[in-house]
Each structure stands twice: as structure tokens, then as C-alpha cells.
Design a protein around this ligand. Structure first.
Ligand code: CA
Ligand code: CA
Ligand code: CA
Length: 418
């Protein structure tokens, strides 16, 4: 039956008994697919089921089987009787209620493909022959009564996945799947950056359609996901109060040469919670006002740049000890080097801010001018108190030796101020 229409075949309930087949035929819809509100009731919560893949424009040389994939993020086996499926534009959706006689159920962590035709061997599916997934875009929705379990709006200009490409599905990045049994937010698949066009080999179509119906998706590049060891995952972005800027080495002259060396300057950040620094921005300001000179350094990396709670991370102009003054391990080195401001005379203040991708300030240091070859060191008693770093009186010039070629405690707890 692979690759063939079965729309004229009778006895569809029997078809659905076939393991691993999407069957075609009448499954309780009538007319154009509109149904009355189901007599049978369901019991589901938002996010228990998620729409994870959409094939709206299959290759026409194959039977035009459109489908979408559902993943169960629930911790329980779910009965689908009475669940309402909608697909189509907001103004004219096709609506279908799953009757008890055809309820396929879905186990935790399992997939169910809802299709308008036959897919292929080994694919667990549910047939909704009247389903239409418009190529240009539409809303796919799963409802239980008036509760929206999940919905995805796709198409050109939509918030979610884009316009359908012929013969290629849109798939939610596997890195964005919640663990089975975890509480899922049905909005997690609402945005385009977590979807990508499938690059899977055909697993269901003789015409070479690409997708993974009923099987795990792959990881999408460019979703803002990051590498943590061998694992690609969603970064844990810090929020205000998670980070303290605890040390600044902004005046590398004298100790290392006659001018500041952009490879030898650094700042230290202390984390109060497990966070990732990828995607954040360091903003250095000469002075304390917005009118003053400002230079931004985006923290760009394939790595998550995890900074564990209680640890001290270095952001520097180089990761090479031979170049950076023999610093200990650097969490992130800026490709263009790094030159925090230090002020040209004793009255000058400088400001360093850690911003998130939207420009919100997560942490800020306002410090006095730096001595040549020595770091400015936030007093140890203030290193877990983010606002304290904004008071220049809480900083002192470090006298600590032995950690690198200058004076300071890079990557380690701060020294007591003299
Ligand atoms: Ca959604
Ligand atoms: Ca899939
Ligand atoms: Ca330190």
C-alpha cells in the first residue's frame, strides 16, 4: 500500500488496525470535513501534546499525502477520543473530532502522525482524509473542548515555520523538545527560529519527500542552541541578579609594554546561578553616562559558555597563555581582542555592563581608574552582591601576585583589599 491512495477502499477501521499504517477513508467526518462539537469528551491540558513537524506540500509525483506530526510530552498514556483537530485558515478551518472507535491513543514520548493519506510502513498514524494543509500557510490546532492543547501557525510571514517547500517538511528542532513527562509550554514551537526544513532522507515516500514522520527530528542549526560538551541544548540565559562583575584588568601597559594590549586585558564574572553566557554582550563605557564613549563586545560562540554557580569566568582578549599574560583558563576570548576602558586620570570612572540580547542590563560594574599592570578587584565581601559592583568605593587595586603576569586573582576568589 506504500505510495498509493486508499481513498476508495472501504472498511477503514480495519485499516487502522494495521500496525504502522496510516489508513485512508471515512473516519467520522462528513461533507467538507466540518463536524459538530463532539459528543465524546476528552481530558487534556495545554502542552501535553505538541505539533512537531508539518508536511503541507508533498511532492505531486507521489500521492499528495499531507501530514503533521504530534509528540506526546505527557507523563501519561492519553486517550484521544473527543480531541478536536483543526487545520486551515483562521476563517475557514477544517475541523475533525476523533471518535472513540478510531482513538489511536498516544503513549508518553511517542509520536502520532495525522495524515490525509498513506505514508508508509512503520509509521504510526491517524487518518483524517478531509484534512487540508494549505501551502501558503495555515493554523494547525489541537483542542480539547475550548482548551488549546497546542497550535502552530505556519506560512510566509507567520510567527512559526515558513511557507511550505515542495517535498520537504518543516520540523521542530529536536533540541527544543521537552523531556517526556516534563511540563511543556505549548508556545515553545510558536517561533520560526526553532523550526527548520527537514534534511532527512525519504522515509515514507517513493517520490523522495524529506521528513521524519513518526520519528525523532534532528537538531536545527541557527536556533540559538549551543554546544555543551557533545550535547546541543537550549542555552540558559542569565537574568538580572545572576552575575557579578568582580574583577577588571583594563590597564595592561607598563607591565606588558608601552601601550594597552588588546590580547592581555580581561574581566572576571562570578555566577550566582548556573547560566550560559553565549549570546550576551559586554558593553564597556568610558565614564558613566550614555554620551560617553561606548564599545560593545558580543559574546559569540558555538559553545554555551556555561558558568556554574559559584565559579569565576574570564572574558579576555585572547585564550592563548602566551598572548594573554599567562592567564588561567579563559571562558571566552573575543576574536577582535578586548580593551575595557580604565580612565585617563584618577577622577575617571569606567562602566562595564553585561547585557542580554535585548539590551537589558544583567550586571554592571562602575569602577575607578585602573593602576598599570594591576586588576581592579571587587571587595570579597561584595562578590555575591550584584548592586555593590556599581559603587566605585567597593573596588580596590589588587596586590595579589602569582596568578598571571600582572597583579590580580583571575578566575579565582578575590583577595581582601589592603
Ligand atoms: Ca504552539
Ligand atoms: Ca519527526
Ligand atoms: Ca578574582
Amino acid at each position: 500500500m506504500r505510495g498509493t491512495f486508499l481513498g476508495s477502499m472501504p472498511a477503514i477501521p480495519a485499516m487502522l488496525m494495521l500496525v504502522g499504517q496510516i489508513a485512508l477513508g471515512q473516519v467520522g467526518c462528513s461533507g467538507d470535513g466540518e463536524v459538530s462539537p463532539p459528543a465524546e469528551t476528552c481530558s487534556l491540558s495545554a502542552g501535553e501534546l505538541l505539533i512537531t513537524e508539518v508536511m503541507a506540500n508533498p511532492n505531486p509525483s507521489d500521492p499528495s499525502v499531507e501530514w503533521f506530526e504530534i509528540y506526546s510530552a505527557s507523563s501519561r498514556a492519553i486517550e484521544l477520543t473527543g480531541v478536536v483537530l483543526e487545520a486551515g485558515t483562521q476563517s475557514n478551518p477544517r475541523v475533525h473530532a476523533i471518535p472513540s472507535v478510531l482513538d489511536p491513543g498516544i503513549q508518553p514520548g511517542a509520536f502520532l502522525v495525522v495524515g490525509s493519506g498513506t505514508l508508509g510502513d512503520g509509521i504510526t498514524g491517524y487518518s483524517w482524509p478531509k484534512m487540508v494543509l494549505a501551502n501558503d500557510g495555515a493554523t494547525i490546532r489541537i483542542r480539547c473542548g475550548q482548551v488549546v492543547i497546542d497550535e502552530v501557525v505556519y506560512g510566509a510571514g507567520a510567527a512559526g515555520p515558513g511557507k511550505a517547500n515542495q517535498g520537504v517538511s518543516w520540523q521542530l528542532s529536536s533540541s527544543r523538545f521537552p523531556a517526556s513527562g516534563a511540563t511543556a509550554d505549548q508556545s515553545l514551537n510558536d517561533f520560526s527560529d526553532v523550526w527548520c526544513l527537514s534534511e532527512d532522507e525519504a522515509v515514507f515516500s517513493q517520490a523522495g519527500d524529506r521528513g521524519s514522520p513518526g520519528a525523532w527530528n534532528r537538531e536545527c542549526p541557527g536556533t540559538g542552541d549551543c554546544l555543551d560538551g557533545d550535547v546541543i541544548r537550549v542555552p540558559v540565559h542569565p537574568v538580572a541578579g545572576d552575575l557579578v562583575i568582580t574583577e577588571v584588568f583594563a590597564n595592561s601597559r607598563s607591565a606588558f609594554g608601552s601601550a594597552d594590549d588588546k590580547r592581555k586585558e580581561w574581566i572576571e564574572i562570578h555566577a550566582l546561578r548556573d547560566v550560559d553566557l553565549v549570546g550576551m554582550v559586554v558593553e564597556n563605557r568610558n565614564g558613566t553616562t550614555t554620551e560617553a564613549t561606548t564599545k560593545s563586545y558580543p559574546i559569540e560562540s558555538a559553545s554555551c559558555l556555561r558558568l556554574a554557580a559559584g565559579s569565576w569566568g574570564l572574558l579576555a582578549g585572547s585564550a592563548d597563555p602566551e598572548q594573554n599574560g599567562h592567564l588561567p583558563a579563559v571562558l571566552h576570548a573575543f576574536e577582535e581582542g578586548f580593551l575595557p576602558f580604565y580612565g585617563s586620570n584618577a577622577e575617571d570612572l569606567a562602566t562595564i555592563s553585561i547585557l542580554d540580547a535585548n539590551g537589558n542590563v544583567l550586571s554592571r560594574a562602575v569602577h575607578p581608574t585602573c593602576t598599570e599592570g594591576a586588576s581592579l578587584n571587587l571587595m570579597p565581601e561584595h562578590c555575591s552582591n550584584p548592586p555593590a559592583a556599581e559603587d566605585p568605593l567597593n573596588w580596590c587595586s589588587s596586590l595579589h601576585t602569582g596568578s598571571f603576569d600582572g597583579l590580580g586573582t583571575p578566575g579565582a576568589p578575590n583577595a581582601v583589599c589592603p
